[in-house]
Design a binder for this molecule. Structure first.
Ligand code: PGA
Length: 250
């Protein structure tokens, strides 16, 4: 069954106290009667407290990144085992900010995916074209290659752990959203690309989230499209009222 998901990527926002405050607000304001999986991704140092805080709620916790190695001399990095040791079993991988500012290539991201799968973690796999790619009409090629290089070596069973998050880079944090039609066109293409390699079962069941300037006033239209199964929300996930409104738009 294709699951509806709304995930909030908090990026490098909210210290310990602010994290707790926002979590308390979310507990009070987010709906708990909807058929939607709700996830928040605070910063690494606040993950353990977030897991504790949200224990008896319907809100799950994800990490924004992790290292591909099991452990070792990788100063400043966090491993899958470390995440799991504090109760985090979902990780966002391949976010465009990781690709652009931290040099993460498709090969590195693919390695990270393998490590996460080995640990039976769920992966929210992010990908999407830049503005220039779209202007050059290369967006379908770019997206197909990111999918192939990052994920298409996986066996069929591993796909149970994969959620796709299409995030056109030109729409992230810019206030510029893909139109609902552009989102649907790409999501349909993504699903058909998965279908060609993995068949109907996986293509019909994989959740494909849209990310990039989703706000309360555009969420309903975007989520209304048949191949859009929810969203990965940045800026608007930092305000409890906005995040609640976006979830209610599903
Ligand atoms: P945005 O970020 O909603 O602020 O555009 C989305 C994301 O980067 O996941």
């Amino acid at each position: 069954m294709r699951t509806k998901i709304v995930a909030g990527n908090w990026k490098m926002h909210k210290n310990a106290e602010e994290t707790e405050d926002l979590l308390n607000e979310l507990i009070n304001k987010l709906p708990n009667d909807k058929e939607v999986q709700i996830i928040v991704a605070p910063t690494f140092i606040n993950l353990a407290s977030a897991v504790e805080h949200l224990e008896f709620t319907n809100i799950g916790v994800a990490a924004q990144n992790m290292h591909q190695a099991e452990n070792g001399a990788y100063t400043g990095e966090i491993s899958a085992d470390m995440l799991q040791s504090v109760g985090v079993n979902t990780v966002i991988l391949g976010h465009s900010e990781r690709r652009a500012y931290f040099g993460e290539t498709d090969a590195i991201i693919s390695f990270k995916v393998d490590t996460a799968i080995k640990h039976n973690m769920s992966v929210i796999f992010c990908f999407g074209e830049e503005l220039k790619d779209r202007q050059d009409k290369q967006h379908f090629n770019i997206v197909e290659n990111q999918l192939r290089d990052g994920l298409f070596h996986l066996d069929k069973t591993s796909w149970e752990n994969i959620v796709l998050a299409y995030e056109p880079v030109w729409a992230i944090g810019t206030g510029e959203t893909a139109s609902p039609e552009q989102a649907q066109e790409m999501h349909e293409f993504i699903r058909e690309t998965v279908r060609k390699s993995y068949g109907n079962d996986i293509a019909d069941n994989v959740s494909i989230l849209y990310g990039g300037s989703v706000k309360p006033d555009n969420a309903k239209e975007i989520f209304g499209k048949p191949d859009v199964d929810g969203g990965l929300i940045g800026g608007a996930a930092l305000k409890a009222d906005d995040f609640a409104a976006i979830i209610n738009a599903i």
